[in-house]
Design a protein around this ligand. Structure first.
Ligand code: NAP
Length: 504
């Protein structure tokens, strides 16, 4: 992949200013600042690299937070030079004067630091602020034309998740954004796409000859995609209570993973070709009727329990969660991709909070061998082959197959053939935000979701939300924290004669 994707090839962005809306927030501190510093330390940022923070708190608080977030690097050579590039505009997103001050500051940084009118805006704010900021940027003349920018340079915008609350609100947000920015200026983040192992899925499929001929309904029995979290809502109860697992994880991360597993080979490794194929396969995912949601979805909410040896409260006892909340913290569902390659193959998606471990993986189960040759022995069944793509915490790929146990009798046991990132490459995987920030700086959109991708994902999820509204389960299934979800989840696969791979 490094041969074809720009940032991997070691390019350096042109001088520009990164404007972070929400510069005093959690995302900026925990993810953006460390990623920016790592890029700087790796020599990936231009000398003139400039950051302008924008939020309500006074400038001193912003600078103190930057200092705290990067405290471990304060003695690094070059750190002082990195810090010199940080500026701030204090203001409210609704206040037109604040954008005038921002505009003045950007003019000044262009002059003093030679950032050439190039601007990358980052919406690290509550989603409710996105539309106001975009509209204000447009009104204040802070958005250049995609080719002829007002300041003589380029303008791009990174939009964080969640992108909308359902299909209608996502479309409304797109209308606002497209009223001000052209699609080739918009970078919608799904940080899963910045993970090495996720990108490796495409290399694994399209850079190797052996698996692609098997990658279809004739050889694959089913696919299970899991995003399990052991954490709870971690102080974000208010946000999560209005969101739930299906909006928080299924609409973006899980459907993106599903798309990468199922898409057709693109004609080139370009943003338009890759995203075009992703949209096609998303369009082929069947929406669910109310009856389908009853039969093919399971949701649940965690109760108190023990995770990692520690007693944890139930979801309804979490701070800023409504005491009678019916928000799902767990979802399992079965989808179908109605196209030539995947017709009839079930895709089981699985996600939840307070599960026993933090695990993201994709299990591709192959069909059983067509004939059981060993019937005369004690062997009644041979396990089907499994290809397990491990995304976190371990990163790698495992192929599971049957092998003969040494000895005179015919006995078969499943064994694993393993590829592990850490042992094969011996370089730590970079944080997803590093990769995605660098790509946006370079104008590389392949790993960002296009407007029609987001819309198709919302179409599927909105059909489920509507089904759930029409037939709410009473009571909502629950599961003790530290278990693999509500009891009902087992039945979803057992009915089909299958089992979840992580329960095996
Ligand atoms: N945190 C994460 O790990 C994470 C992960 C993935 C995605 N995200 C997404 O990233 C975005 C930001 O999340 P967050 O957790 O960083 O939120 P947060 O900690 O609540 O930070 C919000 C930021 O927005 C600023 N802000 C809010 N309202 C404002 C207003 N009216 N005018 C000016 N500034 C205002 C706040 O400034 P003041 O503090 O100065 O008021 C603060 O800097 C959200 O869309 C979230 O879904 C977050």
């Amino acid at each position: 992949m490094s041969a074809t994707v720009s940032s991997g090839a070691g390019l350096r962005p042109e001088p520009f200013t990164l404007v972070i809306f929400g510069a005093t927030g959690d995302l900026t501190n925990r993810k953006l600042l460390p990623a920016l510093y790592q890029l700087f330390a790796a020599g990936r940022l231009p000398e003139e690299f400039t950051v302008v923070g924008f939020s309500r708190r006074p400038a001193e608080e912003f600078h103190a937070k930057v200092g705290e977030a990067l405290a471990g690097h304060a003695r690094d050579p070059g750190f002082a030079r990195f810090r010199e590039g940080f500026f701030y505009t204090q203001g409210d997103f609704e206040d037109a004067d604040a954008y005038r001050r921002l505009s003045d500051l950007l003019g000044e940084t262009d002059r003093k630091r030679g950032t050439c009118g190039n601007r990358l805006y980052y919406l690290a704010t509550p989603p409710s602020a996105y539309e106001a900021i975009v509209a204000a940027l447009g009104k204040s003349g802070l958005v250049g034309h995609p080719r002829r920018s007002t300041g003589g340079g380029w303008t791009r915008i990174i939009v964080e998740k969640p992108y909308g609350h359902d299909l209608e609100s996502a479309r409304a947000l797109t209308r606002t954004i497209q009223g001000v920015f052209a699609e080739n200026q918009v970078y919608r983040i799904d940080h899963y796409l910045g993970k090495e192992t996720v990108q490796n899925l495409l290399v694994f499929r399209f850079g190797n000859g052996i698996f692609e001929p098997l990658w279809n309904r004739q050889f694959i029995d089913c696919v299970q995609i899991t995003v399990a979290e052991s954490l709870g809502v971690e102080g974000r109860g208010e946000y999560y209570d209005q969101t739930g697992a299906i909006r928080d994880i299924v609409q973006n991360h899980l459907l993106q993973l599903l798309t990468l597993v199922t898409m057709e080979p693109p004609v080139a490794f370009s943003a338009e070709a890759v995203r075009g194929e992703k949209v096609k396969v998303l369009k082929a995912i069947r929406s669910l009727t109310t009856q389908d949601t009853l039969e093919r979805t399971i949701r649940g909410q965690y109760q108190s329990g023990v995770v990692g040896g520690r007693a944890v409260p139930g979801y309804r006892e979490e701070p800023r969660v409504a005491p009678g909340s019916r928000t799902e913290t767990f979802v399992a569902l079965k989808l179908f991709v109605d196209n030539w390659r995947w017709s009839g193959v079930p895709f089981y998606l699985y996600t939840g909070k307070r599960l026993p471990s933090r695990t993201t993986d994709i299990a591709i189960w192959f069909r059983r061998a067509p004939h059981l040759l060993f019937r005369e022995t004690n062997i009644k069944e041979v396990e089907p082959n499994l290809l397990l793509v491990k995304i976190q915490p371990e990163e790698g790929i495992t192929l599971r197959f049957g092998a003969k146990v040494p000895g005179p009798a015919v006995q078969i046991e499943t064994v694993d053939m393993d590829f592990s990132y850490s042992t094969s490459f011996r370089v730590p995987s970079r944080d997803a935000y590093e990769r995605l920030l660098l790509d946006a700086m370079l104008g590389e959109q392949t790993l960002f979701t296009r407007e029609d991708e987001v819309e198709e994902a919302w179409r599927v999820v909105t059909s489920i939300l509507e089904g759930w509204r029409a037939s709410p389960p009473d009571p909502l299934p629950t599961y003790p924290a530290g278990t693999w979800g509500p009891e009902e989840v087992d039945a979803l696969l057992k009915r089909d004669g299958r089992h979840w791979h992580h329960w095996a």
